[in-house]
Design a binder for this molecule. Structure first.
Ligand code: DX5
Ligand code: ZN
Length: 245
């Protein structure tokens, strides 16, 4: 995967009353990707937003839209998120029995396919889909809410998945409780893509957001595993929108 660390602010922590301004602010503040947390009140105990909101904010930035679906079922909604402007669509391995089919469907829509694992799900859940994915997302909180504490237990799992990925062009993303204080450990375990909600949207808009993003990025760069640095995947470079539609 790319040698670059990707920082993906989760807009779940944004001020929804002025979401457009918040998108512009994190874009200007140096966000690489925009992480969109979609929750259905069924797969997770919270409801956030759906494809119409993503479609509305899509024109406001050229950054990669990283759409994390915490919904079940997933398949009936994949086309709507693709049409709304998602670049990466990530589904949960726990969301249904036919993960392989969901991942094929995402790629058939011309999008990058991601698979996410809840904290209790072992890495073996993705043994047979590694050649179908562009991204693996390790949840470091139980999905459903922002602002929770990072689960240290997941560091071993991140490291094991990094080994499983090998030389494949797959991004390894970590989501939940990521801060400037644990970003080095996350990167040292092998992650190259860091989602952060509360730790980015602290303070008063762009100036603070820029400092928050930079602090996470600097910590991650300092902690990262040296052997990752020569692996490249041009279509998923930091900040580059993957427009496949
Ligand atoms: C949790 C979401 C995360 C979360 C991140 O279900 O998937 O993206 O919003 O927020 P923080 O960084 O506050 O944990
Ligand atoms: Zn997320």
């Amino acid at each position: 995967m790319s040698s670059e660390i990707v920082i993906a602010p989760s807009i779940l922590a944004a001020d929804f009353a002025c979401l457009g301004e918040e998108i512009a602010a994190i874009d200007a503040a140096g966000a690489d990707w925009i992480h969109c947390d979609v929750m259905d009140g069924h797969f997770v105990p919270n409801i956030s937003f759906g494809a119409d909101i993503i479609k509305a904010i899509r024109p406001l930035t050229k950054k990669v839209f990283d759409v994390h679906l915490m919904i079940a079922p997933t398949d009936p909604f994949l086309e709507a998120f693709a049409k709304a402007g998602a670049d990466v669509i990530t589904v949960h391995a726990e969301a249904g029995p036919h993960l392989d089919r969901s991942l094929q469907a995402i790629r058939a829509l011309g999008k990058k396919a991601g698979v996410s694992l809840c904290p209790v799900t072992p890495e073996s859940a993705i043994d047979y889909v590694l050649d179908r994915v562009d991204l693996v997302l390790v949840m470091t909180v139980n999905p459903g809410f922002g602002g929770q504490s990072f689960l240290e237990s997941q560091l071993d799992k991140i490291a094991r998945i990094r080994t499983m990925i090998g030389e494949r062009p797959i991004r390894l993303e970590v989501d939940g409780g990521v801060t400037r204080d644990n970003a080095a450990a996350v990167a040292a375990a092998g992650a190259d893509t860091l989602v952060a909600g509360s730790a980015v949207f602290r303070g008063k808009r762009s100036v603070d957001y820029a400092g928050n993003i930079a602090a996470i990025r600097i910590a991650a760069e300092a902690g990262r595993v040296p052997k990752l640095q020569n692996i490249s995947a041009p279509s998923m470079r930091a900040g580059e929108a993957v427009r496949i539609r």
